[in-house]
Design a binder for this molecule. Structure first.
Ligand code: UDP
Ligand code: MN
Length: 366
């Protein structure tokens, strides 16, 4: 360099100077680019936080209206407890290397008559692996359930029946609580669903919560067609993920759904199509917001032949269900406990996935 300094006009030196100028400019451009990407990410996070802040306000007011018809103090105390437990997230027992369970809000829809019959089984198996993230939405207070799963039992006070409006009422609460939770993903399941928590976390790890995602499995192979009861003579056609198989919605999409599904508004959309809760969400996402359903065929409801799922497939599936009504038995093909002991096959699935867990090693029927 010193040599170049004293003989500036030399050709070799000219080339070296040009090269060093070029390298310096490339480095500057790279630094500017990287810092702008970092700033963009921070701004996006800020924007989501800002939107959430506005939603918190919006929900406080809409929830207040709703609580008038739904025993306000209990609902408010549920909201307080959900917020407290969310700020208290603790590491889970399952090793979920590289993925983050704490980003997911799992809502389980149930009804008081199923607390013992169905829910207890879920609490003893998969919910143990997602305790902090899982909330139970039911229609009546249950002291013993509240004591065994404190802060995670949401009594919606919705009617205790299988009626379309009652189911939509509950789904509306699930949606509102997810929005208030601030989590990145909302996954809904019924109380006859087993969730393979590890696979669920892996699946969501492959999508961005800042993008619009509606993940689930339809029970029909075509869009459902209905009459639009708000606009006479018009028909609607849309895809929906069947609730019995479970589905997940990203926060970005859920925020867009708030004007149609938040603060009790889901009921109005349901009245427009006169279909149950899962169809109503599909209507809002697919027909109103024009977002697609991404089909995940590893979600399973009892509307499909579950016997086709056999041991080699079990570990990679995300949800399972069962049906034993009216002698029409539809269960997963899994070895393990006898059908007398384990009619739903959920214990057998659980111990197939976690053979060395305490609850499987110490199971009395092992
Ligand atoms: N359910 C409810 N209230 C009722 C009956 C059922 O909230 O009166 C819930 C139930 O807990 C389950 C979902 O609705 O999570 C679907 O019910 P079920 O599995 O009995 O019927 P399906 O619709 O799957 O045939
Ligand atoms: Mn069911």
């Amino acid at each position: 360099m010193y040599f170049c300094y004293i003989s500036r006009m030399h050709n070799y030196c000219k080339k070296r100077r040009k090269l060093s100028v070029l390298i310096t400019s490339i480095i500057i451009v790279l630094i500017v680019f990287i810092s702008s990407v970092i700033r963009y990410d921070q701004e996006k996070d800020e924007l989501l936080k800002f939107q959430d802040g506005r939603l918190q306000q919006m929900f406080t007011s809409s929830v207040q209206v709703k609580t008038a018809e739904n025993k306000s103090s209990r609902y408010q105390s549920n909201l307080r407890s959900i917020k407290n437990s969310i700020s208290n997230i603790s590491p889970n027992r399952v090793d979920l290397t590289g993925a983050n369970l704490s980003h997911i809000f799992i809502s389980v829809k149930t009804t008081s008559q199923n607390h013992q019959r169905r829910l207890q089984l879920l609490l003893n198996t998969w919910i143990m692996y997602a305790k902090t993230q899982t909330y139970i939405f039911t229609d009546n207070f249950d002291n013993s359930l509240d004591e065994s799963f404190p802060g995670h039992l949401i009594n919606t006070n919705c009617s205790n029946d299988h009626n379309r409006r009652s189911l939509i009422c509950k789904m509306g609460y699930e949606f509102d609580h997810f929005i208030l939770s601030g989590h990145r993903w909302w996954c809904h399941v019924d109380d006859d669903t087993y969730v393979n928590v590890v696979e669920l976390v892996k699946l969501l790890g492959t999508y961005k919560h800042t993008e619009d995602w509606y993940l689930g499995r339809p029970s029909l192979d075509h869009p459902i067609e209905v009459i639009d009861h708000l606009h006479r003579g018009q028909k609607l056609a849309f895809w929906f993920a069947t609730g019995g198989a479970g589905f997940c919605i990203s926060r970005a999409l859920a925020l867009k759904m708030v004007p149609y599904a938040g603060g009790g508004r889901l009921q109005r959309a349901g009245d427009q199509i006169r279909l149950p809760d899962d169809c109503t969400l599909g209507y809002i996402i697919n027909s109103v917001l024009h977002r697609e359903l991404t089909v995940i065929d590893r979600f399973h409801s009892h509307l499909e032949p579950l016997g086709r799922i056999s041991p080699p497939d079990i570990r990679s599936q995300i949800t399972f269900s069962y049906n034993r009504r009216k002698n029409r038995i539809n269960i997963v093909n899994v070895p393990g406990f006898s059908e007398d002991i384990d009619p739903t096959r959920f214990w057998s699935i659980h111990c197939h996935l976690y053979p060395l867990s305490n609850e499987c090693l110490s199971h009395p029927d092992r």
